[in-house]
Design a protein around this ligand. Sequence first.
Ligand SMILES: [Zn+2]
Length: 466
Amino acid sequence: MRLPSFPGLPPLAALLALLSLAAFAQRVAADDTSEAISRLQAYIQVDTVNPPGNESRGTEFLGKILADAGIKYETAESAPGRGNIWARLKGGRAPALVLLHHMDVVPADAKYWDVDPLSGEIRNGYVYGRGAVDTKGLGIAELQAFIALKQSGKKLNRDVIFMATADEEAGGFYGAGWMVKNHREAFRNAGYLINEGGSGALIGDTPVFRIEVTQKVPLWLRLTATDTPGHGSSPRLTSSVNRILRAGNRIAETQFERRLIPPVQAMFEASAPFYKGEMSKKLANISENVTDNDFVTALRIEQPGSAALLSNTCSITRLEGSNKINVVPPTAAMELDCRLLPDQDPDAFIDLLKVVANDPNIKFEKIMAFTPAVSSTDTPLFRAISATLDSNFPGMKIIPSVSTGFTDSHFMRDINITSYGFAPFLYSEDAKPGVHGNNERINVETFNKGVQVMTDFVMRFATEDK
Ligand SMILES: [Zn+2]
């Protein structure tokens, strides 16, 4: 996934975040440090660039570490080379916890990097490499916590499942989506899951953690118009191209109903104290301001990602007409990347789009659609995350967040597993642009602290009486 920029983090706060990070970071035991860091470096060196993925190299790497720790695991390939791996520590009857991450990474162009993108090299206190943040860093933190739990010898109140999947960067259909369909037994009794999608940033002196509870739902559509073809020199009254342009124009100019869903309201209100002046007031009162056109327009200019959380949206991204300048084609097509609020029924939205397009000669096809789902914050898992962060980052604040992008969590919410985007890393802002971009990297201290926090969280959630 793309790591979204922190909603509303003003540039000054970003600067302060940068300056105060070093002062805030805490050290952990030296031996833990070297093991987790060297595992992260080695994991980055495993080439799982997707396409093509080759995640079976990742399952081999992780499997060896699990085996060395005396933990049994299973693997399954969804296609040749597309590995998935999972392991389970047995516990009591409470709903099981899944620690999920994806092994695949997006490509990196070495010529724009300061180091080899698959080197895992440490420079100036950072581990560099594709996947350092998205999501091999999280994966190693989960792995270290999982092994520490096993080695603690403690009696567990619930099963804990470590799972690493293929293909997230291309939609997860060979990874998490495939696992849900073909290896449902891996999720037996699973009630809770953590995955990528939320992390921390310092705003001023305050550590602020976003925990992703839901995401907008992609609905990718192809619209095809049909009409009589002919010569460009003799235009008819109607044509496929004119039909698609007219429909596209209507869709582009439609402001879909603005409405505030509870998770977005909670997110905006919790963000308000980190803004100044008028913006802070508007966000604190978002339920009144959601229909204020001036405010929403300003928000759309400054932070299109935040504004997008106030309605369903559609971006027209592809257009196809004739392949010859003088031929009026029999069909013309347009593709739409629509993102729906997580409670929106996709078919009802398509019906609405048909009304907007208002043309019986246009056919609508779904290219990709997910089902809507939200994870409530009123759960033992949310409370355990919150208690863990409280004791590790005094004075921290949580913003339950809604993501405009998507991760594998939607597959898990579909099978009724409460899923949160939660990575225990308190990033400095300068580390973020590297995700899917150049010089992806994670600060060594940030990472080590995160490993310690993840271990603390897993111990807490899997060993406390419930
Ligand atoms: Zn990712």
